[in-house]
Design a protein. Structure first.
Length: 279
């Protein structure tokens, strides 16, 4: 399958291999209101890339391993902390980084739903057995628990559908993308497979401005694009794993023309020009 975009559409946005602090194998990535990129790293740092790309600011650290991160409209950041099996919250106003909620065995990815005032968190549970894959927590109190009785094969990245009616969830060890309708109380309905025409370890998700679903893969270093019926094409791939090196989580710019990927395999964030998809 030939990719839609050549790898020359991708470039290093910020190289943190020798920066201080170091951008140590980032998995999580999110974008602030002004387009600023935030990352979480393997040593528990929550980092902000300066807009002029001259360096990094360490906002906080958990001294563990931060997986997925999500940022709300007030620029508070929720981080999935693997070592502590917790969800941490960075308060922009208080400049604090504290445990917000617990429950998932391996909290992997967070999705903020401000309409329902809740935080959804995937639980990867384990490599050898299926487990309850999605939790829901109140955004104000952190109280909550499992919001689906469905079992997942390593639940990973998630995203809300553009109409806010469905939750899409990566099952990395299936591999497939599942989706569930969101009930009136915020719980999730019956699981259905949206697409399984992907290989080998999908990780992150993001919708574009035309309601196509981008699926980033830890392995191979590839990003898919699925249409609304789940038909998949390879958007872009790096067979040398250098510019894109195990791109775990992804985020789309406000104008919809640029994608940013975290790279668990290296020390940088990648920028991909996707504007030609809409010409």
């Amino acid at each position: 399958m030939t990719s839609i975009l050549d790898i020359n559409k991708a470039k290093v946005y910020f190289d943190g291999i020798f920066s201080e602090p170091r951008l140590a194998h980032p998995e999580g990535i999110a974008m602030g209101n002004d387009g600023t990129i935030y990352c979480g790293t393997e040593n528990g740092d929550l980092l902000k890339i300066k807009k002029d790309k001259t360096g990094l600011e360490r906002l906080a650290t958990s001294n563990g391993f931060i997986l997925g991160i999500a940022i709300d409209s007030d620029e508070n950041i929720f981080a999935c902390e693997m070592k502590e099996a917790s969800i941490y919250k960075y308060s922009k106003q208080e400049k604090s980084f504290k445990e917000f909620a617990k429950g998932p065995k391996i909290p992997n990815y967070a999705v903020i739903d401000e309409k329902r005032n809740c935080l959804y968190v995937s639980d990867s549970f384990g490599f050898d057995e299926k487990g309850i894959g999605v939790y829901k927590f109140d955004l104000d109190t952190g109280s909550g628990g499992p919001c689906s009785s469905e079992l997942f094969n390593f639940a990973n990245g998630m995203c809300l559908s553009p109409d806010n009616k469905y939750m899409y969830v990566v099952e990395s060890m299936h591999p497939c993308i599942s989706r569930m309708i969101i009930n009136d109380d915020g719980s999730l309905g019956k699981k259905e497979i949206f697409t399984d025409n992907i290989a080998t370890v999908p990780d992150g998700l993001a919708f574009d401005k035309n309601n196509n679903l981008f699926i980033s893969c830890y392995e191979p270093s590839r990003i898919y694009m699925a249409d609304q019926d789940g038909n998949c094409k390879i958007l872009i791939e790096d067979s040398h794993c250098t510019v894109m090196a195990h791109p775990t989580n992804i985020v789309i710019s406000k104008d919809g023309n640029t994608m940013y990927t975290a790279n668990l395999g290296r020390w940088h964030v990648t920028e991909i020009d996707i504007s030609s998809l809409y010409n």
